[in-house]
Design a protein around this ligand. Structure first.
Ligand code: NDP
Length: 463
């Protein structure tokens, strides 16, 4: 009884203080991580959604869970020197941020793109904590990468870069420590070179140290398709719950990389028509439905610009500039390229044109202002942390297969992926309802992802 009364008093105090405490942590993050705008953006988005959790669980305040969760457990930055095809020495910067290992080894992709800096890696690593928790699998949060630009590089240059990158990274990772995978600019080719160098240095075949591997050496069937397919499974659950479906819908997908292609493919198989896709230079519009085999040929095989599409497909149009894609009228928008792709201007345009749902395939593809605007207008939002978790979930399935030294069929993996995505929608929906935000899956996913990590941190003491 005494305990219960204490709880009530504590909750009342927390109710008054939760908001102030959250704002104080956000201010501290901004002061201690100056100029890291993307990191600030995600911290603000996640922390502000946790207010009802802190009111209900004042013990998280007492144990400073928020102050601890915003500080990476470890961050590594390193020099990556390599020799280009002209014999000249090039120097890039490598990163690995090991954010949180409360529920499992750090897990998260590597991004190779000239825009990569510490802020981008920290924002991605922070999001990864909650995403990985939502999968219900035992994986912690991390992320890494380099400001290396793979565009226009020869295969040999890519190989030399990957070998140099791994020559430093290997000492920080391991199948029970930290398990990287792909992201923007890192696909099967790069993972192959990275794995080869890791194996050579370690003199051991530790298959589970990287995921997204080729099928001949420990990769999982359906990993390549998993993020895009998972996005559609999640978005489909959300649409169905609100009495909609993909059938007959006009869909616009930004990007034409790994996530975009397989999201477009699954949406098409659910009866939607994908009208437009893009790359970083411009976008194509094909009112007859984008021919995805042609996009794969151009982007995956030939590694060329999406502009090529119009030369090979009658009736299709090409427009310069990437963001213009959001002026194309659609029912469902699937941003699958990169962060902050949809800001308030694009959000207004989409709403004006009648969009009913937005499914985030990329990480943080909508600004916080854009998300708030969608929710205010009653647009369904499938948030990235939940909706694109299928990739990392299938990476964890790849780790399981590596540990068991067996492999599942495509259908077996896809069935597990589907089950995971359906469950993520259910727990995000339930958390949103329980904490007074029914229909807000952005808040629901943050809360559901946070609770498991926070409880694990509580159990493990102040570390
Ligand atoms: P890819 O490198 O395969 O594709 C990225 C696509 O986005 C390319 O078509 C690229 O165009 C386009 N793009 C447009 N604008 C930009 C820009 N400013 N910066 C970078 N790319 C741009 O990456 P993925 O498909 O793997 O990743 C896309 C998004 O999904 C990222 O946010 C990533 O973090 C997220 N994600 C990926 C997962 C995965 O399993 N791969 C898992 C979960 C999330 P261009 O061809 O001109 O470069």
């Amino acid at each position: 009884m005494g305990y219960e009364i204490n709880q009530v008093i504590e909750s009342a105090i927390a109710g008054k203080n939760a908001k102030d405490i959250i704002e104080k942590v956000i201010d501290d993050v901004k002061a201690r991580n100056k100029g890291e705008e993307e990191f600030h953006q995600t911290v603000e988005e996640v922390l502000r959604s946790l207010e009802p959790v802190l009111v209900k669980h004042p013990e998280y305040i007492k144990e400073s869970i928020l102050n601890r969760i915003v500080e990476p457990e470890r961050q590594v930055m390193f020099r990556v020197p390599w020799v280009d095809d002209n014999g000249d020495v090039q120097v890039n910067r490598g990163f690995r941020v090991q954010f949180n290992s409360a529920i499992g080894p750090y897990k998260g992709g590597l991004r190779f793109h000239p825009s990569v800096n510490l802020s981008i890696i920290k924002f991605l690593g922070f999001e990864q904590i909650f995403k990985n928790s939502l999968t219900s699998l035992p994986i912690g949060g991390g992320k890494g990468g380099s400001d290396f630009d793979p565009k226009g590089k020869s295969d040999r240059e890519i190989m030399r870069f990957c070998q140099s990158f791994m020559t430093e990274l290997y000492r920080h990772i391991g199948q029970d420590v930290d398990v990287p995978a792909g992201d923007i600019g890192v696909g099967a080719r790069e993972i192959g070179y990275l794995f080869g160098q890791y194996k050579r240095i370690r003199n051991a075949y530790e298959g589970g140290v990287l995921t997204g591997k080729g099928l001949t050496y420990g990769g999982s069937l359906a990993r390549k398709e998993a993020t895009g397919f998972g996005l559609i499974y999640f978005t489909n659950e959300m649409l169905n719950y609100h009495k909609h479906s993909f059938e007959g819908k006009r869909v616009v997908v930004s990007g034409s990389g790994n996530v975009a292609i397989y999201a477009a493919e699954k949406a098409t198989s659910f009866g939607a028509t994908v009208i437009a896709m893009c790359d970083s230079a411009g976008y194509i519009v094909d009112e007859n439905g984008v021919d995805l085999e042609l996009v794969k040929q151009i982007k995956e095989v030939e590694r060329k610009r999406i502009k090529e599409y119009v030369a090979r497909k009658e009736g299709a149009q090409y427009f310069e500039g990437q963001k213009g894609i959001w002026s194309v009228k659609c029912d469902v928008a699937l941003p699958c390229a990169t962060q902050n792709d949809i800001s308030i201007e694009e959000a207004k345009l989409l709403v004006e044109n009648g969009v009913i749902a937005v499914g985030e395939g990329a990480n943080m593809p909508c600004t916080n202002e854009a998300v708030d605007y969608f929710l205010e207008k009653g647009i369904l939002v499938a948030p990235a942390k939940a909706a694109n978790a299928g990739g990392v979930a299938t990476s964890a399935l790849e780790m399981s297969q590596n540990s068991m030294r067996l492999s599942w069929t495509f259908e077996e993996v896809e069935e597990k992926l589907k089950g995971i995505m359906v469950n993520i929608f259910a727990i995000s929906k339930d958390a949103a309802e329980e904490y007074g935000n029914e229909g807000n899956y952005v808040v629901g996913a943050n809360i559901a992802g946070f609770l498991k990590v926070a409880d694990a941190m509580m159990s493990q003491g102040i570390i």
